[in-house]
Design a binder for this molecule. Structure first.
Ligand SMILES: Nc1ncnc2c1ncn2[C@@H]1O[C@H](COP(=O)(O)OP(=O)(O)OP(=O)(O)O)[C@@H](O)[C@H]1O
Length: 272
């Protein structure tokens, strides 16, 4: 499924957060969404997932405006995994993952054999089969995160929108998750703070700065020393890993020497 956005703008309490974002994610592509804190990554993902109504612009799934799909129609196409999604429930892990089947069920019908098989497969994908019957409340942060990802897979979506899904995960589970996403044959946009992880597993990177995409392309084209200095305000060195993908080594933060009261440069509108 192709996910596109044109001229996407969204403001919070009158302050512009997204400023005319355009993007085009091809079917099956895995795109890493990167940018500093507050650059608008979560806001963009929520607009793309239909959870926020943009002030201007359009999001389309395979050319169909999201605004025409309704919540159920969106949930049948795209799954969203929030950053630090808080859920307090007495349900079991399998029941929480089973919530991903809701868009496919009549209101009064319980899960059938097919739903249970999909949930079991989703739990297996994230290595949580052994915890299926455990109470949700007893899970660690990383186990909850993996269960939320299983819930997204149980939706059997064509597209996955994930907001820092590697939070709380140990290194092995971070690598497993990124391999799962990259190999999932779904359209994926995933916000990540670990730039080396993003470069290693994503087909392209979209770099957001102050609500605008300032670079989009192959990881080696986006992760340049100049972009890291200008957007992330860090001094970094780029090297190539064994497969030629960029790996970032940080020398330290760049210190802001501009006067705090200096006006900020005007932003351009549009797609990079
Ligand atoms: N509902 C809201 N009300 C007010 N301000 C908001 C709201 N949502 C987002 N913002 C502001 O919009 C800006 C972008 O926030 P957003 O969460 O999209 O950034 P982000 O790139 O995901 O950041 P992080 O890397 O810290 O998660 C921030 O300055 C944030 O404070």
């Amino acid at each position: 499924m192709r996910i596109t956005a044109e001229g996407l703008s969204w403001s919070a309490s009158g302050t512009p957060v997204l400023r005319g974002v355009g993007l085009d994610i091809a079917p099956g592509e895995t795109v890493g969404l990167i940018g500093p804190n507050g650059s608008g990554k979560s806001s963009l993902l929520r607009c793309l997932a239909g959870l926020r109504v943009p002030d201007a612009g359009t999001v389309r799934y395979d050319g169909v405006p999201v605004a025409d799909l309704g919540a159920r129609g969106i949930a049948r196409r795209v799954a969203f995994v929030a950053q630090d999604s808080a859920l307090d429930t007495d349900l079991s892990v399998a029941d929480v993952v089973g919530l991903g089947r809701t868009p496919f069920r009549d209101r009064w019908r319980g899960p059938d054999a097919h739903d249970r098989a999909v949930v079991a497969a989703a739990l297996d994908r994230v290595g949580l089969t052994g915890l299926a019957g455990r109470p949700w409340k007893g899970l660690s942060g990383g186990e909850r995160q993996r269960a939320h990802i299983a819930r997204a897979f149980a939706q059997q979506p064509y597209g996955l929108l994930l907001d820092e899904p590697t939070n709380h995960l140990d290194v092995k589970h971070q690598l497993e998750l990124m391999e799962l996403l990259a190999g999932a044959d779904r359209t994926v946009l995933v916000a990540l703070h670990d730039l080396t992880l993003a470069a290693r597993h994503c087909d392209r990177l979209l770099l957001l700065h102050d609500g605008l995409p300032v670079a989009c392309g192959a990881p080696s084209d986006v992760l340049t020393r100049e972009n890291l200095a200008r957007v992330f305000e860090v001094d970094a060195e780029l090297s190539a890993d064994a497969l030629g993908r960029p790996a970032v080594t940080y020398r330290g933060p760049l210190h802001d020497t501009a006067p705090r009261s200096a006006p900020r440069p005007a932003h351009r509108q549009g797609t990079p």
